[in-house]
Design a protein around this ligand. Structure first.
Ligand SMILES: [Zn+2]
Ligand SMILES: [Zn+2]
Length: 113
């Protein structure tokens, strides 16, 4: 079972055609691998449609002391993606996965618009 690093809810998987994405229905965050982040930044539509299913109106994710990787359970580290500077994502150095909060997704969306 994969748990949300922010609110510890079980992550759900959304599929759009060939694309699947894991995210949290509780806080609106999504769990990405590096290729998926790249695809999001490139505006890949199916990925955005899937990601938006998790997206919530809440502007900020709840603050938690420690964010743990849903796959390996180690602590996530702040990560700034080159083409999205100023948006602080969280990365797992174990598996390379990346967590984007619900509010961060909307921010990426605004940037690309
Ligand atoms: Zn959550
Ligand atoms: Zn990991």
């Amino acid at each position: 079972m994969r748990l949300c690093p922010v609110c510890r809810t079980e992550l759900r998987r959304e599929r759009v055609r060939e694309t699947a994405i894991d995210g949290c229905a509780g806080c609106g965050g999504v769990w990405l691998d590096k290729a998926e982040l790249q695809s999001l930044a490139n505006g890949q539509m199916d990925l955005w449609i899937a990601a938006r299913k998790f997206s919530r109106k809440t502007p900020a994710a709840p603050a938690v002391a420690e964010r743990l990787c849903p796959s390996c359970g180690i602590r996530l580290e702040p990560f700034e993606y080159a083409s999205l500077s100023g948006i602080e994502l969280d990365r797992c150095i174990g598996c390379g996965g990346i967590w984007a909060d619900g509010g961060e997704l909307e921010e990426i969306d605004r940037r690309l618009a």
